[in-house]
Design a protein around this ligand. Structure first.
Ligand code: ADP
Ligand code: MG
Length: 240
């Protein structure tokens, strides 16, 4: 589904990704962990073509991700992205937020989209908020709408960039539950997170990133339970 080979990315003189390689198979859940500034967000942004890169290769569904290429727009619709900050349209209702992509980007008939959007709101536990506006929702509810909105485009892959980091602690659980459900349904997911218990439970694989390199990768129980590398051990001591 996703193949990254020897990805190198710099901002000016600052090398941010230094040879990242990663393959994600269909239905796999991969968690990216690592300290702030290690390059986690940049990896996700290179995958969905929001960021260019200097060398190496990123392939999604067999297609090369190249943000100078026109076809990136089409490829990007195969990827749903959820960010730390809920990026909902404040002047649109919850339902309209979820309907936006399929109606305006995919040109799917409105009535079809409405039914699918209502089903997605049901799935994330917010069908009663369909006609509310984002500002009337809690952060956790807004984030669940953001997930529903991404799913409305019927993505093949979901990319999550610290989706619960900006939430009050009591709101984190509901968002993680929605993500857990998605994983159990077989969605292919890459999740940048500091929620180690989520990673341990849901991830097929955990990759620890440090200084733009994947220092250690493997099954969650191995990387989180018995890390081999001193940097991983040090990081886990800090966050657990
Ligand atoms: P993480 O998500 O792991 O915290 P990022 O991928 O956001 O790390 O950033 C990795 C490094 O790249 C950091 O040192 C950050 O300051 C730098 N960086 C990220 N985006 C930019 C940018 N647009 N311009 C310059 N430097 C950037
Ligand atoms: Mg980040």
């Amino acid at each position: 589904m996703i193949r990254i080979r020897d990805l190198q990315k710099s901002f000016g003189d600052h090398k941010v990704l230094n040879g990242v390689s990663l393959a994600v198979e269909e239905g796999e859940v991969v968690c990216l962990i690592g300290p702030s500034g290690s390059g986690k967000s940049t990896v996700l942004r290179c995958i969905n073509g929001l960021e260019s890169y200097q060398s190496g290769e990123v392939r999604v569904l067999g297609h090369k991700v190249d943000n100078k290429d026109e076809s990136i727009h089409e490829l990007r619709t195969a990827m749903g992205m959820v960010f730390q900050r809920f990026n909902l349209f404040g002047h649109r209702s919850v339902l309209e937020n979820v309907m936006e992509g399929p109606v305006y980007v995919k040109r799917t008939p409105r009535e079809t989209v409405r039914q699918e959007a209502m089903a997605l709101l049901e799935k994330v536990g917010l069908s009663d908020k369909a006609h509310a506006y984002p500002a009337q929702l809690s952060g956790g509810q807004q984030q669940r709408v953001a997930i529903a909105r991404a799913l409305a485009m019927k993505p093949k892959v979901m990319l999550f960039d610290e989706p619960t980091s900006a939430l009050d602690p009591e709101l984190v659980g509901d968002v993680l539950q929605v993500m857990r459900d998605l994983a159990n349904e077989g969605m292919t997911m890459i999740v940048v997170t500091h929620e180690m218990s989520f990673a341990r439970e849901v991830a097929d694989r955990v990759c620890f990133l440090h200084g733009g390199t994947i220092v250690e990768a493997g099954p969650a129980e191995q990387v989180l339970g018995a890390p081999q590398h001193a940097r991983t051990q040090d990081f886990l001591r800090r966050v657990l």
